[in-house]
Structures are given as C-alpha cells and as structure tokens.
Design a protein around this ligand. Sequence first.
Ligand code: NAP
Length: 284
Amino acid sequence: MSMLLRGAPAAAALNEKTAQLVSELREKGVAPTLAIVRLGAREDDLSYERAAVKRCAAVGIETRCAALPENASGGEVEETLRALSADASVHGILLLRPLPPALDEARILRAIAPEKDVDGAAGSSLAAVYAGTDEGFAPCTAQAVLELLDYYEIPIEGKRAVVLGRSLVVGRPAAMLLLHRGATVTLCHSKTENAAGLAREADILVAAAGRRESVGAAYFRAGQTVIDVGIHYNEETQKLCGDVALAEADGVVRAVTPVPGGVGALTTAVLAAHTAKAAARRIK
Ligand code: NAP
C-alpha cells in the first residue's frame, strides 16, 4: 500500500497557524476581512463561497459577500473590485471564476489591488510568483500543493519534479513554486511527447492535466510522491475522482494524495492564510 497524503491534517495545521496570526492581529485592533465577489448563483461558486466563509469564520476572519447579477457588465464588476480595493477594512478579495465568457477576465482582475489579491489571480501576483518575491500571493491550489508536500516532509530541494498541466491557475505556478524551492522541474502539457516517460523520472509528480484518471501505470515508478490536483465527477461510479488512476498508483508509488480529500481539502485553508497574511503585511 502506498501512503495516502490526506489534506485534512495539513489543512488543520495551517488553520492553527492562521488562527494564531488572526488573534495577534485582533489584539492590535485589526479584524482581517475577506471580500468575496460573485456573479450570478452558479452552484460551484456558491459551494466554494460557503466553504470559504466557513473556513474563514473558523479561524476568526470576517467575510463580506458581494453578489452581482449574472449579467453584470465588466464595468460594474471592475467598479465593485475598485471600491473593495480602496476600502481599508477589506484585506483580501476573492473574485469567483470563471467569469461569463463575454467578460474580459484579465482586464477585470487588474481592478483588484495587488496587495489584496489573496487568490493569486491577477497578473501582478503571477509576476511575483515568477520572480520568487513575496509581494503577491500564489494561486491557492498551486500553494496547496506545496503546503501538502511540506506538511508530509517530502523533500523538494534537488529533487526532480514533473508537473502535468500548464494553466495559469495550477500547473505553471506550481512549477514555479517547486523551482523556487530547488526542484528541477519539467512542465508537461497536451503537446508533450512521451509525458509518461518523463513522469516516470519524477521524484514528485503533480497531476493537473484536467483529464479524469488519465495518469495511470505508465506514469509511475517506485519511490515517487504523486500529488493529484484533478477533480472530476465520475458519472458511472457517481463519485469524485482525480487525474490519477489511484488503483494503478497504489502499491507502486511511495505516496499519493486521494481525491476527494487531498489537495482540494487545503485550498480554502490557503485562502484564509493569505487573507491573514495580507492583513499582517498592511500593519508592518
Ligand atoms: P485546464 O485549464 O484545463 O488546464 C489543463 C492543462 O493540462 C493544460 O495546460 C493542458 O495542456 C494540460 N494537459 C492536457 N492533457 C495533458 C496530458 N495528456 N499531459 C499533460 N498535460 C496535459 O485545467 P486547470 O484549471 O489547470 O485544472 C487542472 C485540474 O485541476 C482540473 O481537473 C481541475 O478541476 C482541477 N482543479 C482542482 C482544484 C482543487 O482545489 N483541487 C482547483 C483548481 C483546479 P495545454 O495547455 O496544451 O492545453
């Protein structure tokens, strides 16, 4: 049996640190606050919003939700984001995405003050991730990959990491974060030839290709740590699963994250941690 790297204990450890920081901030008269901006009422947005509100409440962070109509214009969204950016009582802003396709997401994200971009969504945050400075925040899911590796004390420095997927939300920032920590990183995508062969060379394999259970036996070897970022609903089994075919990894690799209950369990904990950090940076 491979070791299962569950997200819950890693999330609990991070939440404890965040709650401590929040209580120190509150003693100084600062109430860390996250503003969540949503368009319409898509079920996945509502479910992430509920999870974020619950997580924040549990660590003492205030939340404020701005629900805009589904057909809000880009200008209206930008105006809301600019007002929250200028509001001194707000420390972090989360814009639930994807936005309707008619809206220019990159332009709208620029209306979030870089120091409040706790979801690491705007270009300024990605630039900070790329440059390896702590002026912004990494996208929460990419950061969750690193939190999980650190919690389970998986060595990163000097190791070979292969990341499957190059999206700006997960693959690319995860690769950058691993690189900054001293891993030798290979970034694969849909055009990569022999991704399975490259993956087999990895000490750390991060699967974020967005293809249900597509990472199977050919990608694995003994001794690997496999982090599965994918989330899919399997109609046949009516269960959630990941990019990794867990049954094919189990017993071969050293350790693997389950889906659900792996990386996904950490994202709101990272969001709360970023919000507390944003508030702490403000008073420095
Ligand atoms: P995405 O935007 O669809 O990107 C998928 C990436 O995978 C693309 O870069 C694509 O390459 C690449 N890819 C496709 N087939 C591949 C293959 N066979 N080998 C290697 N790379 C391949 O997806 P995403 O937003 O990054 O999300 C990835 C997965 O993570 C999804 O399952 C998503 O649901 C999940 N997710 C989970 C969380 C969480 O909290 N756990 C959060 C966000 C996303 P090209 O660039 O060439 O098209």
